[in-house]
Design a protein around this ligand. Structure first.
Ligand SMILES: Cc1cc2nc3c(=O)[nH]c(=O)nc-3n(C[C@H](O)[C@H](O)[C@H](O)COP(=O)(O)O)c2cc1C
Length: 418
């Protein structure tokens, strides 16, 4: 018998590779793919290890994710090992996509919604000044398909925040979130964002004013501290102030912000992560929904925190590898994903593209959010290059995306298995 370095499971046009570490997952997938009478829907065969080294698609992680998707389609329920129990009524914050300036705009959110019905989506931070004095239709417009969608506000004046919260609630947003984590110079000049970690009482006043103005949830996204603050004290004081004001959930980016000498980008990587601090916070405040953010690279990594916490929030990993969002509904909510794969999500995006181009948008304003699709797959680079070259041209329409999709080829293993 040939030494088996990995298993390849071929089911219709899916091919899944499982390495030794995932043997149990492989077994689970096989049994989930059995019909009630015990006959197998899939075929199991041994494959040389080289077939499994073709690219990131065949990392154990991805193989497992695809398996879970198929299991969900076939069996209706994901059957992963180590998956935290899915509560009968999951927290509304169980899985969130982070607010990201210039990234999480309405086109991005619409696309993310095609990949997960359940993810809670956050807008970019919008300042109270912009809402009160600016072009509200442009700043606050969104598609009804985006629900549940939360708006993030930047500001430090309770009256202005209350006014903006009311405007957003009237527009149908599902939540108002206050930014207490942004370290940029511009935000520091305005004395809001992360600097507010030093003024917990003022944050409490802001939350109280917004709570009095709206009936939708009011939440705060903060850091564990800034500069030389002791996170044990700083996070506790902030929590006490916002909890007293009736905050509905606290989202904690589990690292400090260093307000001098680091750019906002560096402030997302350099100050060390301290997940334990966030878990301890939840133990101290068991009735307050606490959501963890920062450095979570995959749905699997995020899932490990759901046993102690109410939710997880992914930023860069969700944006840069959006295909992962297909795992959110099956793995974290026990429901089928809205579409079978990334390609189907793009098909589903086409009518939206037509509609938005009609409204005056350029195609690239939508397609710039798609560049992280098909990681490691043959043709992915050509897909990106085609979009980068053609989507910016005047008159570019859905055909550009269709042509780009046609450049993406199946993995060689898939072809070999047919
Ligand atoms: C491009 C970009 C823009 C961001 N803009 C915001 C923002 O508007 N409001 C905010 O609270 N955080 C913002 N963040 C921080 C993220 O919400 C998140 O806290 C951070 O990226 C850490 O999470 P991650 O490691 O999952 O990316 C931004 C992050 C990125 C990458």
């Amino acid at each position: 018998m040939l030494p088996v370095k990995c298993l390849v499971l071929a089911v219709d046009d899916f091919v899944l590779a499982f390495d030794d570490d995932l043997r149990q997952i492989g077994d689970t997938a096989v049994s989930a793919l059995s019909r009630p009478d015990g006959s197998h829907i899939g075929i199991i065969c041994a494959a040389p290890a080289s077939h499994c080294d073709a690219g990131p698609k065949h990392t154990p992680e991805n193989a497992k994710h695809t398996a879970i998707r198929i299991m969900t389609d076939v069996a209706g329920q994901p059957k992963t090992q180590g998956t935290p129990t899915i509560p009968a009524k999951p927290s509304p914050w169980r899985f969130c996509v982070a607010p990201m300036i210039d990234w999480s705009d309405r086109e991005c959110r619409f696309f993310h919604r095609l990949l997960s019905r359940r993810a809670r989506l956050y807008t970019e931070m919008i300042t109270t000044g912009a809402i009160i004095h600016g072009d509200r239709a442009r700043l606050l417009g969104y598609s009804r398909q985006e629900h549940p969608v939360a708006i993030q506000l930047g500001g430090n004046d309770p009256a202005a925040l209350a006014q903006c919260a009311r405007i957003c609630a009237d527009l149908g947003y599902d939540e108002v979130n206050l930014n207490v984590g942004c370290p940029s110079d511009r935000v520091q000049d305005g004395a809001f964002g992360a600097c507010l970690m030093r003024q917990p009482e003022l944050v409490g006043d802001c939350v109280a004013a917004m709570k009095a103005a709206v009936s939708i949830p009011v939440t705060v996204k903060c850091r564990i501290g800034v500069d030389d603050q002791d996170p044990e004290v700083a996070l506790e004081e902030l929590t006490r102030a916002v909890a007293a004001a009736g905050v509905d959930a606290l989202i904690v980016h589990a690292r400090k912000a260093w307000l001098q000498g680091l750019s906002p980008k560096e402030n997302r990587d350099i100050p060390p992560l301290d997940y334990d601090r966030v878990h301890r916070l939840k133990q101290t405040w068991p009735d307050l929904p606490v959501i963890l953010n920062g450095g979570l690279v995959s749905i699997d990594a995020a899932k490990t925190h759901l046993t102690g916490l109410d939710g997880v929030m992914l930023g860069r990993a969700a944006y840069q590898n959006p295909g992962q969002l297909l795992l959110v509904d099956p793995e974290l909510f026990g429901e089928a994903a809205p579409v079978a794969g990334e390609r189907d999500a793009l098909e589903a995006l086409l009518p939206y593209i037509d509609e938005r181009l009609e409204a005056g948008l350029r195609l690239s304003q939508i397609t710039r959010h798609l560049l992280g699709l098909f990681p490691g797959q043959p043709g992915a680079r050509a897909f990106r290059r085609h979009l980068a070259t053609h989507a910016t041209r005047p008159g570019a329409d859905r055909q550009v995306l269709i042509d780009a999709m046609n450049l993406v080829r199946p993995f060689p293993e898939r072809v070999a298995a047919q």
